[in-house]
Design a protein. Structure first.
Length: 311
């Protein structure tokens, strides 16, 4: 068990966590001018990136492992409760428009289901059975990756998710903000970003939440870079689903090729608006169907397709 039902023992457990520590020097914060409070918060936030930097080797190793699994058709699955769960859902939901992934490729699960995104679901984070049921509903495979997210590193839902996934042969990552956490110990790749006590005691949506967001940004973005979803630092797999993104698509083709507007429009028209294909049409001088074939044969990697085309 990762927690106890005895209130006294639970209180002692929480008091031992860095993320729950009380800071007596901030006891009078509510009496400070607003600008001073803002400066304090800003100074606290400025320490988060450095805390993440201490864990870059572990983060990088996890990313390489995720990319290998996804190359074989695996999924990236985030699981957490409360703020941690919401951050996972957020990161997952932004992958389709940014990298043109299928919604099933990067999945965010929050304890208590979609309703928990906007409402606190009583007891959901304490349910190990719920985590296992959520994973079983996805028909987990050995090529999948499950990332348990918990600021405390003791949330039963996140720990059970990692333990269940590992028993099924999936890759597991445990992201927490306390050292020696049960979550990191349960996972194949433990990432513990220690940001210290919060400005408001125990409010882990603050520094801990920011740290988790930064790490999730890295996990998804760098994995997609490794999978060939970018060309340099250009989002060539962007899905142009609205006018802003259509304008961005034209700009990306222009940045990648240096072509004039008329040529860009012709290339996008010939490729049904697919940015990566349009770049290949311009740089390799091929038609739309040939660009599609070259990309398919190159596993969607634009640089490899350009090489194959002699571009």
């Amino acid at each position: 068990m990762t927690s106890t039902s005895n209130p006294r023992d639970l209180r002692a457990e929480l008091e031992s966590l860095t993320t729950e520590a009380f800071r007596p020097e901030l006891a009078g914060i509510d009496q400070l001018p607003t600008l001073d409070i803002a400066r304090l918060m800003n100074a606290e936030d400025a320490t988060v990136a450095a805390a993440v930097a201490h864990r870059l080797p572990e983060i990088s190793a996890a990313i390489d492992a995720v990319a290998q699994r996804m190359e074989r058709g695996g999924r990236l699955i985030y699981m957490g409760a409360g703020t941690a769960g919401r951050l996972g859902v957020l990161d997952a939901s932004e992958c389709p428009p940014t990298f043109n992934t299928d919604p099933s490729e990067v999945v965010g699960l929050i304890a208590g289901g979609p309703e928990a995104l906007v409402t606190s679901i009583e007891g959901a984070e304490d349910s190990r059975d719920l985590a296992e049921a959520d994973l079983d509903a996805l028909a987990l495979t050995a090529d999948d990756t499950v990332v348990g997210i918990s600021a405390s590193g003791r949330t039963p839902y996140a720990i059970a998710a990692v333990e269940h996934a590992r028993s099924e042969g999936a890759l597991t990552i445990g992201l927490s903000c306390n050292e020696h956490s049960a979550l990191a110990a349960a996972a194949e790749h433990g990432i513990e970003v220690v940001v210290g006590p919060e400005l408001l005691t125990g409010s882990t949506r603050l520094k801990a939440g920011t740290a988790q967001k930064l790490v999730l940004n890295m996990l998804s973005t760098i994995t997609m870079i490794r999978l060939g979803k970018t060309y340099g630092n250009l989002m060539v797999d962007v899905r142009a689903s609205n006018e802003k993104l259509r304008a961005r698509s034209r700009r990306i083709v222009a940045l990648a090729t240096g072509a004039q507007d008329a040529e860009i429009e012709r290339a996008l028209a010939a490729t049904d608006g697919e940015v990566k294909n349009a770049i290949l049409v311009v740089l390799a001088g091929v038609d739309g169907p040939t660009a599609a074939r070259l990309l398919e044969e190159s596993g969607g990697r634009l640089r490899a397709a350009l090489t194959a085309a002699g571009g």
